[in-house]
Design a binder for this molecule. Structure first.
Ligand code: IPT
Length: 943
């Protein structure tokens, strides 16, 4: 076993494997070795005598998700000493063993054993014969087993160590979880069968013609046929006068059969040309806008062992939300995923299995990217990436890897990729010189810089098109600011769009609480000493693939059509790559009554304005639905101006005794003077706050400027790296800890006027608040003015009123924007209408609790088990939750929040945007809330 140990410290690629080739679907017999294997563990490769017992394990699967060890989440930081190429001694090893009988059909031929993904570093034996080693966790390795596979019992043995030299190359921001997490297959390789196939196509948009060349390597003569094109000569370029191009909008695939006398493969190919001209990314001659997401493979139970049905469902969900591009961050996906992207229509950037990000924490010293010792490993990884996936129409870009600094090894693999596959574009973000890439790529660049790049006032290297390989970090409540990015993409042809970070949250399933709540876990929850907490939970969809609110917002922002409704006219901007609108149905809804609308013809890349008379006082919504898929593609809405609710009569306050207020605003302890009444409301003369509305007790009514920090509030914005996160600024100002003094409580005719002054301790800044209460005998109206005084040390999170009710809410029905939440820089997907949500939906729960769920309402009824509270106003931001903000802020996981026994309601005059400072720019200036005067008009009714 010394060689096992020595191998682990070798920067060399795995040995013993066959040359990389395309993942082909052939008719040669095959046998899946997936299923139940046996596993036994050792604490380290130096302790291989201390073996544990054999126990079952499912393949594909990760060991830590099956009770063998624990997952570790770290972003950049290597959870071991950075001592390349050496792995740590503390290095869990697992022997995997499978006994199987080989199928006669496989045994009848030479054969290979294929591993599609083994996380960690392994040595493989079949029937005690060492086949070689596996390196490159997310890459395919094939071993020739022709002379080893036998009739009857075979024993496959895989010794897998978690850490090796190659761990330095696999520092992706995700869970470290060893295991054979993709399929293991025996493939018959008939003599004279197919070796490799490389399909080259192009499309000429000027005349609709296409070319096709199929390179075949095989041990005997091969033929290529296609129902559409007849017989083709391998290796020869065929010209076809008219082909249907492949695009994500029209994913036309042609069948192709490549065969020898002994083996035949079915391929589905597409004709398309991707290239760059004058700094613009073009597909089939027309500008290409990437409306993309970064997709990791993740399932809360199975980790990266994501089955194809799940992958298909993910892609369908993306398509329903106008996503047209996927970056396979940060490794090649399950090979069959790309069959789906070909078929369903996605532009794919396939990324090499490479990241050395942890070296950045060490000033990039010793970075493998620039060390000749690692050159072969780099070449090996890139080769296996390109060779496996080179026949997919959907794959437009090869990415060299993620966050691996710069260096000669990257330069070399870029040059190799370009020479091996000149028809695709090469991407790498980490090297700003962009000397060998086909696009200038950045991550999280701020909108002002993107604007400069788009307009040309900041030059992009070599006049390359610009792409954001990551932006808008979808962590917790957010991302804010999607619209600002998209507007720039629409404005400047040089901007080719980008990929949101990221598609799916990587929370792991941690069981269910006694009251039935799912436990979702993140970094640190497994006792890791080095970890990055909840930073792994940052996706548009939750780990179980249920959409978070940001997905609806993104769908609106990514819509390939913009609909603008104004009284008298309708403008439609068609931003499709090539489609006109004939595949859409339009529905016009005027004040709730829907009718079909005939759409004008609008060619791709053009806009049309047509007359559309309607009463400006009506609510008009135009939705466009995709006829084939049924999903809503785009919508626009005209909203009439609304007037604030007015009471029809007034009653006068009673019981106001100015002497009840002492100069300091303090009443004798324990005495609640409740003599002040106004219609259905009773006020505490000592505090000036309402304590009762009809049958409802109101508690803790107070002014608040704080929110439970979002994960974006906790991040340092890239636009102000010299400042602490806004959440820390609020904490320093003790924004959560306001102290209030009643200034006076008076009446002015039928108005009860309460003036209070509130401010955090320590500092001499705060707010003067005037509460003007009126009532018609049944409802209670509040006119509130919040005015800052003093020099405020920070912006506010919000400005509004908190109320606690001593009973839980079951649901909320409202008229206003919905169904999703809305902050000033999010909620693009929220439209005006009548909505209903249960307590959890309204609150919008996140894996790590934080401020969320504000809706802008005109009329909301809060169901409080037997009674209700109705709130009316115009566009009033409201949050309704069972917990105080202090509780939310102090709770690390959703399942740790206490059961709902009460209701906290906030009714705000203003709220701040959320931005995307968890990784990227903070809240844009126009969405911040510097100290200033705010007004709120709202009416409460007990119902
Ligand atoms: C960037 C990484 O590429 C990605 O894997 C992920 O970690 C993301 O950030 C944040 O979730 S790197 C970052 C330092 C910009």
């Amino acid at each position: 076993m010394t060689s096992f140990l020595a191998d682990l410290a070798s920067p060399q690629p795995g040995r013993g494997g066959l040359p990389a080739r395309a993942h082909l679907d052939t008719d040669a017999p095959r046998q899946s070795l997936d299923g139940t294997w046996q596993v036994r563990r050792y604490p380290s490769p130096r302790h291989l005598t201390e073996q544990g017992d054999w126990s079952p394990v499912e393949v594909p699967g990760h060991l830590p998700l099956q009770g063998h060890g624990t997952p570790i989440y770290a972003n950049l930081a290597y959870p071991f000493a950075v001592d390349p190429p050496h792995p740590p001694d503390d290095n869990p090893v697992a022997d995997h063993r499978l006994e199987f009988e080989a199928d006669a059909a496989v045994l009848a031929h030479p054969s290979v054993l294929r591993f599609e993904g083994v996380d960690g570093a392994a040595t493989v034996w079949l029937n005690d014969v060492e086949l070689g080693t596996l390196r490159g966790s997310r890459l395919t390795t094939e071993f020739d087993v022709s002379s080893v596979l036998r009739t009857g019992k075979n024993v496959l043995f895989v010794r897998l160590a978690q850490w090796s030299a190659h761990s330095y190359l696999e520092d992706q921001d995700m869970w470290w979880m060893p295991g054979i997490f993709r399929s293991v297959t025996l493939l018959a390789r008939p003599s004279g069968g197919l070796g490799d196939v490389f399909v080259h196509t192009s499309y000429d948009h000027r005349d609709g013609s296409g070319t096709l060349r199929v390179e075949v390597s095989s041990a005997s003569p091969a033929t290529v046929t296609s129902p559409a094109f007849g017989d083709l000569v391998p290796g020869e370029t065929h010209h076809f006068r008219s082909v249907s191009p492949w695009t994500a909008e029209t994913p036309v695939l042609y069948d192709l059969k490549v065969q020898t006398a002994t083996e035949s493969a079915d391929l589905r190919i597409g004709f398309r040309t991707v290239h760059v001209e004058d700094g613009v990314l073009l597909l089939n001659g027309a500008p290409l806008l990437l409306r993309g997401v970064n997709r990791h493979e993740h399932d809360p139970h199975r980790g990266r062992a994501v089955d194809l049905a799940t992958a298909r469902a993910e892609l369908l969900l993306m398509r329903e939300h106008n996503i047209n591009a996927v970056r396979t961050s940060h490794y090649p996906p399950n090979a069959a995923f790309l069959d789906l992207t070909d078929e369903l229509g996605f532009y794919v950037m396939v990324e090499n299995d490479l990241e050395t990000h942890g070296f950045e924490l060490n000033g990039w010293r010793g970075n493998p990217s620039d060390d000749p010792m690692w050159a072969d490993a780099y070449a090996d990884r890139m080769t296996r990436t390109v060779e496996r996936d080179k026949n997919h129409a959907s794959v437009l870009f090869w990415s060299l890897g993620n966050e691996s600094g710069t260096g000669a090894n990257l330069d070399a693999i870029a040059v190799w990729a370009k020479s091996r596959d000149p028809e695709r574009l090469v991407h790498y973000e980490g090297d700003r010189r962009s000397i060998y890439t086909d696009m200038y790529s950045r991550m999280y660049a701020m909108t002002d810089e993107v604007e400069r790049l788009g307009s040309g006032s900041a030059p992009s290297p070599r006049n390359l098109p610009f792409v954001l390989c990551e932006y808008a970090h979808a962590m917790g409540n957010g991302p804010g600011g999607l619209t600002e990015y998209q507007d720039l993409f629409h404005k400047y042809p040089r901007l080719a769009g980008g990929f949101i970070w990221e598609w799916v949250e990587h929370a792991l399933h941690g069981g269910v609480t006694s009251d039935g709540r799912t436990i979702s876990l993140y970094g640190g929850d497994f006792g890791e000493k080095v970890h990055d907490g909840s930073f792994v939970v940052d996706g548009l969809v939750h780990a179980d693939k249920t959409p978070g609110p940001a997905l609806k917002d993104l769908a609106r922002v990514y819509a390939p059509i913009t609909v603008v409704l104004a009284p008298g006219e309708l403008t439609i901007v068609n931003r499709y790559h090539g489609l006109d609108l004939s595949h859409l149905d339009a529905e016009l809804t005027v004040d709730g009554t829907a009718s079909a609308l005939a759409l004008p013809k609008v060619e791709a890349g053009t806009a049309v304005t047509v007359p559309l008379p309607f009463d400006p006082a009506s609510t008009v919504t135009l939705t466009l639905r995709h006829r084939d898929h049924g999903h809503e593609v785009a919508w626009g809405q005209h909203l009439p101006s609304r007037t604030r609710p007015a009471l029809t009569g007034t009653v006068t306050p009673s019981g106001v005794t100015p002497s009840g207020v002492t100069p300091s605003g303090v009443t004798p302890s324990g005495v609640i003077s409740s003599g002040v009444t106004l219609g259905p409301a009773v006020f505490d003369q000592a505090t000036g706050m309402p304590v009762r509305l009809g049958d409802l007790d109101l508690h803790d009514v107070a002014i608040s400027l704080w929110r439970a920090p979002t994960e974006n509030d906790r991040g340092i914005g890239w636009d102000e790296t010299n400042l602490p996160p806004v959440a820390d600024r609020w904490a320093a100002a003790r924004l959560h800890d306001m102290r209030t003094r009643l200034v006076d409580l008076t009446t002015d005719g039928d108005t009860l006027i309460v003036r209070t002054r509130s401010g955090p301790p320590i500092i001499d800044a705060g707010v003067d608040v005037t509460w003007r209460w009126t009532s018609d005998g049944t409802a209670l109206a509040l006119d509130l003015t919040i005015e800052p005084y003093g020099a405020w040390p920070c912006d506010w999170a919000r400005a509004g009123v908190d109320i606690r009710l001593d009973r839980p809410t079951s649901r909320v029905d409202w008229t206003g924007h919905g169904p999703g939440p809305q902050y000033p820089d999010t909620g693009q997907g929220a439209r005006y209408g009548s909505w209903s949500a249960d307590r959890d939906e309204f609150a919008v729960r996140t894996v790590r609790p934080q401020e969320h769920g504000a809706r802008r309402i005109d009329d909301a009824t809060v169901d409080l088990a037997g009674t209700g509270l109705r709130i009316t106003g115009v566009d009033v931001p409201v949050t309704i939750r069972p917990w105080s903000r202090e509780v939310i802020a102090a709770t690390a996981h959703d399942h740790e929040l206490p059961p709902a026994t009460e209701t906290w309601i906030s009714v705000d005059a203003a709220v701040a945007g959320v931005g995307t400072a968890s990784c990227g720019q903070g809240v844009l200036p126009q969405y911040r809330l510097p100290a200033s005067t705010h007004h709120l008009h709202v009416v409460f009714h007990q119902s």
